[in-house]
Ligand binder design. Sequence first.
Ligand code: ADP
Ligand code: MG
Length: 352
Amino acid sequence: PKISPKPVIRQLDETAINRIAAGEVVERPASAVKELIENAIDAGARRIDVAIADGGKTLIRVTDDGCGIAPDELPLALSRHATSKIDGSDLLNINTFGFRGEALPSLGAVGRLTITSRMHKFDAAQITVAGGKMDPIRPAALTSGTVVELRNLFYATPARLKFMRSDRAETQAISDVVKRLAMAEPFISVTLRDVTSGGEGRVTFRADAETGDLFDALYGRLARVLGAEFAENSLRIDTEREAIHLTGYAALPTYSRGAAVAQFFFVNGRPVRDKQLHGALRAAYSDFLSRDRHPAVCLFIDCDPQHVDVNVHPAKAEVRFREPGVVRGLIVSGLRHALADAGHRASTTVAD
Ligand code: ADP
Ligand code: MG
């Protein structure tokens, strides 16, 4: 057998730690966009503008009108496990998108990150971190809110750069992320602009803040994101079981698709992908749709944060419910009722 030299155990430095963690948090430009938009939402923004160039590979800039960051806290925002959102004593009560304090240090480890921010009653300031190295804070000009600019993502990690797909594919993934978060926040204005040099700086998505009650606002927003046809052909869902709420819109069986491309779930406002939720959806529509057809839905599950664990994965796209059976039952029966009612209404209208 090969005799290995005596292994030496070393503590990794902060840059190496951040770079390793970045592998989980930032898989591709779209994941960076997701983290930055979520930060803007957590900051109470009413308006979020996203600009990208070259599929987000050379530039991602997210501008918001949220609460901003105080100048002396800028270095802290870039430090690992530093967050203003939880105090660490209650991991079961999480009401914000963020809480791990990992996104900004991770992004600063795999690209050139500049944050310009102004908090009410403070002067605007700016800080840059590139390849994990932080520059001193500088004064800046900004009336309010925060601008986070990420340039040359993964330039310091060429292995990851190789896995990037075409600009077109990365732009598409970013657009999906922006739209998904826009669905969850109909009262926030959202724009996505492609500023690739040589391009026209074109706005690829714009949704102004909706008005009215939550259902009206959501209806308007879904019409904008998924198309007027979806909105016109879907049923309003509003039901509850054991303090777990299910709301949103679910398409009529007649407005189904050949692929499961328009099935959106949000848990406490967080976009999630979850096999069990999709399974429940399939079961709910099983009497109304053939197996090769897929319903379009946008559904929100809201419950006490204690009933769901969002801390399953750094990117937080997966969740665990404390009572998955109740959630499944709620989806299956809630949708079945709505679909049966609609079917009944349709048949009585025809009979009249
Ligand atoms: P987390 O969101 O998990 O707290 P991040 O690394 O994403 O961790 O952000 C670190 C901290 O920086 C946040 O807790 C917040 O205080 C601050 N921050 C980040 N982005 C913004 C923003 N757009 N507006 C105001 N504060 C922000
Ligand atoms: Mg965050």
